[in-house]
Design a binder for this molecule. Sequence first.
Ligand code: FES
Ligand SMILES: [Fe+2]
Length: 398
Amino acid sequence: MSSRDKKSWDASPDMPAGHFVSGDVYTDPDIYKDESEKVFAKAWRFACHDSELPEAFDYRVFEQDGQSLFAIRGEDGVIRSFLNVCSHRGAKLLDQPAGNAKLITCFYHRWTYDAHGHCAGIPRVSGYSGDVVSKETMGLREVRTETLHGLVFVTLDDAAPDLTSFVGKALDRFSEMLTGQPLEVFHYNRAVLDCNWKAWHETNMDLYHEFMHVVLRKTQVNAMPMKDRKLIVFKNGHGGSGGDMKAAYDGYKGFAGRGNDIPPLSGMAPTDFRFINLFPSTAIISRGTVVRIDTATPMGPDKTLLEMRGLGVMGEPEEHRRVRQRHHNQYWGPFGRNVPEDTIAAEACADSFRGHAGRYQIISRDEGLTGQDDAVLRAFYKEWALKTGRDPGQPVSS
Ligand code: FES
Ligand SMILES: [Fe+2]
């Protein structure tokens, strides 16, 4: 029961590979570069919910692998995505996070594009000799876009396998919830965190930190026996809850219990808690009446854009919406009892690894895919190792 000297502190934990992670995966610039090229340039990533583009020509700007992109709904109803870059001299085309544009006009020299990415106009095109610069040749760079259960995903990799084979069965238990009634985004929040993107995603994969949240200590940890809580891992690094966990909301002073005051989402009981983490950095979490979707986007080894969406039932009565917003916000809103604490935890680990004082993260809890098993974290890092060609447990700094 003694403290440890430097040699002991720096030594690899005496446990199987895959049960610990070097702190360098959160800080090292070469690892970050590998992640950019081998993970984010290739993965399917959640871009937005289709309810955010209800009308023809509605667009939504988002980031992927350090690049600005936008998704736009065509007059044919199809959502397509493009790099947010003009074909002429590379100016960023859309500056607002969302809007509606039948024609997208670059502010610099007024080239225009339509919602199919076709170049629609080049002022005084006759000044270009030959036919290299023409409306036919100067379209936008289209990015593969697929929608599954209302979730719009993109990949920068033209050769990536299609979305359904990437997702596999990971969203099967979410399909009824996501499609059993029309949903819409009623809450959008973004924050820049001083931590690596994985540190955020880990908070969504790690049930063991429930004890950190007073609200979860009161409402969730004792709501059902640990052994009856099931976790599941899927191919391609996805993982989450394997059955419904329960929450006893009235266990927290000031929270009302969740009865039948508003309809729960399709296929859910009001007290059900269900989550899935999609590799590399999307999480979908449902608390019976509401769904939250997180996307963690790297902005540097030590900086992460966190986007959070809350979804409820489209077109529901105002009084139902108010209750649903309360259910969302009491846990997940900017002043909720849960999410702000997660940001503190992610940044606290970053503080330690930034200066290499922290050396390893331990992810070795094994409860046979029940309780607070670390299996979902291990599945994530197994896929990360496969994609990056690196051993996440191996330090690269001294
Ligand atoms: S950079 Fe867009 S028109 Fe010139
Ligand atoms: Fe948390």
